[in-house]
Design a protein around this ligand. Structure first.
Ligand SMILES: *Cc1c(COP(=O)(O)O)cnc(C)c1O
Length: 386
């Protein structure tokens, strides 16, 4: 069986986790700070707050930016539901901007058109969440420029994108955003089993993120709003959650990040080989914008349905029957029943919907062997011909 994604756990990872298990702190200990610092160094950003998932990171990022009742958050329909759900957690409303036909990312031109209309109707977004699909960064410079013109804040959903670069600088440096979030779910680029992180250059946002991760409680006198009673004292100054990452997870993350560059390089080698092997096949391979060095979390092909006598579903089923566990990223969020109940309907975002009819995520992970890759390509060719 060859899955579309697969974690890589080495002896060094196992040793790092075991070391924490034998130490005094299983949570709220030094491994958290160590992992946060390694991400700070890697991304060249000022602050990092480790949490128990990217979903939690999105939630507290929205709260830190003051998203609340009556506000709008805009994102792309071509994402995991968490990129949109975070607004609903805050009592805010969600709207979508359709994707670019080549990168499959939120389209800045469509964003601008929608902003022009929203301004007239007095319903501009407070937060926009660009998602770096497959690890390929969005056109952040254009989105950032629009944020200055229309007064919205930006959370980069970089769940797919740690290890990638935008204009030769690490994704996560927050040059064009307020906050960037990462996911460390096992199918993503590096893993902590479950886990996520929010990074920012803004001191005040970092403080808020830190509070919100742990009940809104602080032990730092300068964050307290009244006198300290004594050395046991802590103060709750906001309503937060328990979104903490454990030290076992952080130790795993800090060990994994040592291999991040190697992983992404390997993903690029695999992608390049796929590109070549598919040169005479009726599929569209992922286009890479010259500004981007993708993390390549996913390798998404699009079937050229007018050139084959098979349906998307038939190709998908054939590959799964041969134990190539392909997947589809993503079902357009606005077509989910929960979102349709809010009034969204098929036809609202045609580019995302067309993509959904053709896209297949084929196996892509650093330990995929040449033989396995050949098998994937052969089975796909069979699926298209048979
Ligand atoms: C995986 C993913 C998330 C959620 O990540 P978790 O760590 O599982 O909460 C959010 N957004 C995108 C784009 C993702 O791929």
């Amino acid at each position: 069986m060859i899955r579309y994604g697969q974690q890589d756990i080495t002896q060094a990872d196992i040793d790092a986790v075991v070391e924490v298990l034998k130490s005094t702190n299983l949570t709220q200990g030094p491994a958290i700070t160590r992992f946060e610092q390694s991400v700070i160094n890697y991304c060249n950003v000022k602050h990092a707050v480790a949490v128990n998932s990217a979903t939690s990171a999105l939630h507290i990022a929205c709260l830190a930016l003051g998203l609340g009742k009556g506000d709008w958050l805009w994102t792309t329909p071509n994402t995991f539901v968490a990129s949109a759900n975070c607004a609903l957690y805050c009592g805010a409303k969600v709207d979508f901007v359709d994707i670019d036909a080549r990168t499959y990312n939120l389209c800045p031109e469509k964003l601008e058109e929608k902003l022009v209309r929203a301004k007239k109707e007095n319903r501009l977004p407070k937060v926009v969440v660009p998602v770096h699909l497959s690890g390929q960064p969005c056109n952040m410079e254009a989105i950032h420029k629009l944020s200055k013109e229309y007064g919205f804040r930006i959370i980069e959903d970089a769940s797919h994108a740690i290890g990638g670069k935008y204009k030769n600088k690490p994704i996560g440096n927050c040059e064009f955003s307020d906050i960037t979030i990462f996911s460390f779910h096992p199918v993503k680029i590096i893993t902590t089993a479950e886990g996520g992180m929010a990074v920012t250059n803004d001191d005040e946002l970092a403080t808020q993120l830190g509070l919100l991760r742990s009940h809104g409680i602080t032990r730092e006198p300068e964050l307290m709003t009244k006198e300290m009673d004594g050395p046991w004292y802590y103060q709750q100054v906001a309503l937060g959650y328990n979104y903490r990452m454990t030290d076992m997870q952080a130790a795993l993350g800090a060990s994994q990040i040592n291999r991040l560059d190697e992983y992404v390089a390997r993903r690029h080698a695999i992608a390049q080989r796929y590109d070549e092997l598919f040169s005479d096949v009726a599929v569209t391979v992922p286009w890479q914008h010259p500004d981007s060095y993708s993390g390549l979390h996913l390798y998404v092909i699009r079937l050229q349905l007018n050139r084959i006598n098979k349906t998307h579903l038939e190709v998908f089923n054939y590959m799964r029957s041969k134990e190539i566990i392909v997947n589809l990223h993503y079902i357009p969020v606005h077509t989910q029943p929960y979102y349709e109940k809010m009034g969204f309907k098929p036809g609202d975002y045609p580019e995302s919907e067309q993509y959904y009819l053709e896209a297949i995520s084929i196996p892509m992970y650093p330990t995929l062997t040449i033989e396995q890759q050949n098998e994937v390509v052969n089975v796909l060719k069979e699926a298209l011909m048979s």
